[in-house]
Design a protein. Structure first.
Length: 467
């Protein structure tokens, strides 16, 4: 008994010593902390892998709906979305594809989801994490009013430029005027060289001093380049019809004011055939007044032009569908945009002295006789300067007025695209300054002009992600 009592006492003492002994305690605590850190880090890894999968899925669904929403997409939109997922190896991820489309719009919504398997969170009872993705894209052709301003000056006759311009402008017409844009997009066209021929109908809709029937240019007061509208309260003098540039023969084959029907302004049209026929006949001629072409382009988009347009509609020159155009600047459903192209820069422009151009007989005389050829043959060199007003416009004043009208247009919210076609650095600067932003300016060479026109046309159809 005594022996057993002693053993019990020794055992109790040993247990007491073991209970009091703290050696190795921190090791156990460290193992516990390490396990906790490992678990927290593992959760981060699982979450990172989940986010990577989500981004991959979201990128796929974004690309799919953008491709499917394109109105130029001829395949079934649902099939397009499914094909994108199949190519990415995600066919089973698609939950639903919803298509909402009409004459001038298409909205594609796609919902997809999957789950990413966890490596560490499964120890906490979370075997996987959800990976959702939803995206919506829309292409909608709203009401669009376009002014296309085409340079047909003499320098366009070199290096095949006039042909390249004609081809590019036709591509633009075909891109913006399609069956699905009927009654939604109106296209005005302003060919320009040294002047702009409004044509007899448009010319006659304004108050004008009519002097002849050879061509129909209007002289704008210099103060009008700060304004977007073509002031209906003013009375405009008719542009003189004569040939300033010297020709070795006494002929008028390149007058200051263009005279051919296809060189006249076309306003608010959706007749692609007529527009392309006119473009196809354009020839290089005359000097360059970019600011005049731009003034007309802006004026055709100003709401004040509606009064003139209604007159043209009554005369059967404008479609009934456009009777309410141009829309107010505040109309959020209407995009107003200008496409301005040139291959050069503003140049000099002169006029016959008023005393030598103030009677019907003089209008006829100068319409038949080359101005400088006739002066050389009939007037002493010391007297020739009395016959003309030199430098009515110079390159610098032309640049000044171009800056004014471009600024006025942009201040009203008109989107201005510009194309410098084989221009020098000065011309490029002027076009870049006129554009709504540097990204709205194209500097191109040769056949690149077609790519510029097509890129602008496609940008007008506003394809975008909406969700």
């Amino acid at each position: 008994m005594a022996q057993r009592a002693k053993l019990r006492l020794r055992s109790a003492a040993a247990l007491a010593r073991f209970a009091r002994d703290e050696r190795g305690t921190m090791t156990l605590f460290g193992v516990y902390i390490f396990m906790m850190m490992l678990l927290v880090g593992g959760i981060g890894v699982d979450l990172m892998r989940n986010e990577m999968e989500r981004v991959r899925l979201q990128n796929t669904v974004d690309r799919a709906v953008l491709a499917a929403a394109d109105l130029d997409q001829e395949l079934d939109p649902t099939a397009v979305v499914n094909d994108y997922f199949a190519k990415a190896g995600m066919s089973s991820y698609v939950n639903s594809v919803t298509i909402n489309e009409g004459l001038n719009f298409r909205i594609v919504t796609a919902d997809a989801s999957t789950a990413s398997q966890t490596q560490f969170m499964r120890l906490m009872g979370v075997p996987d994490l959800p990976v959702p993705a939803i995206s919506q894209a829309e292409e909608r052709i709203a009401n669009v009013e376009i002014s296309m301003v085409l340079d047909i000056s003499g320098s366009m006759g070199s290096n095949n430029k006039i042909k390249n311009m004609r081809d590019a402008a036709k591509v633009f017409v075909d891109t913006v005027i399609r069956e699905e844009t009927e009654d939604l997009i109106s296209l005005s066209m302003v060919p320009y060289s040294e002047h702009v021929n409004a044509g007899p109908d448009l010319f006659g809709a304004f108050k004008t001093i009519r002097r002849h029937n050879y061509s129909f240019c209007m002289e704008f007061p210099n103060s009008e380049y700060t304004k977007t509208k073509i002031n209906r309260s003013l009375t405009y003098d008719q542009g003189q019809h004569f040939q300033w540039g010297y020709d070795s023969k006494n002929r008028v084959n390149n007058p200051m004011c263009p005279k051919q029907w296809y060189e006249q302004v076309v306003t608010h049209s959706q007749n692609a055939t007529d527009l392309k026929n006119r473009i196809g006949k354009m020839q290089a001629r005359g000097s360059t007044s970019i600011f005049l072409g731009m003034k007309w382009a802006v004026g055709l988009l100003d709401p004040d032009f509606n009064t003139i347009l209604r007159k043209l509609n009554t005369a059967g020159k404008v479609d009934n569908e456009f009777i309410s155009r141009p829309a107010a600047y505040s109309d959020v459903e209407t995009l107003k945009t200008i496409v301005l192209m040139t291959d050069g820069r503003n140049h000099y422009s002169n006029r016959i002295a008023s005393w030598a151009y103030d009677a019907p007989s003089e209008y006829v005389h100068w319409s038949k006789n080359n101005f400088w050829y006739w002066l050389y043959d009939n007037v002493h060199h010391s007297q020739r300067h009395y016959y003309y007003n030199a430098d009515i416009y110079t390159p610098s004043t032309g640049d000044f007025y171009l800056d004014q009208i471009c600024d006025a247009a942009k201040a009203k919210g008109i989107v201005v695209w510009s194309i410098g076609f084989e221009v020098d650095n000065h011309g490029a600067t002027q076009m870049k300054n006129c554009a709504s932003s540097p990204s709205h300016f194209f500097r191109v060479e040769g056949v690149e002009i077609s790519e510029a026109f097509e890129a602008i046309a496609r940008s007008i159809n506003q394809l975008r992600l909406t969700q």
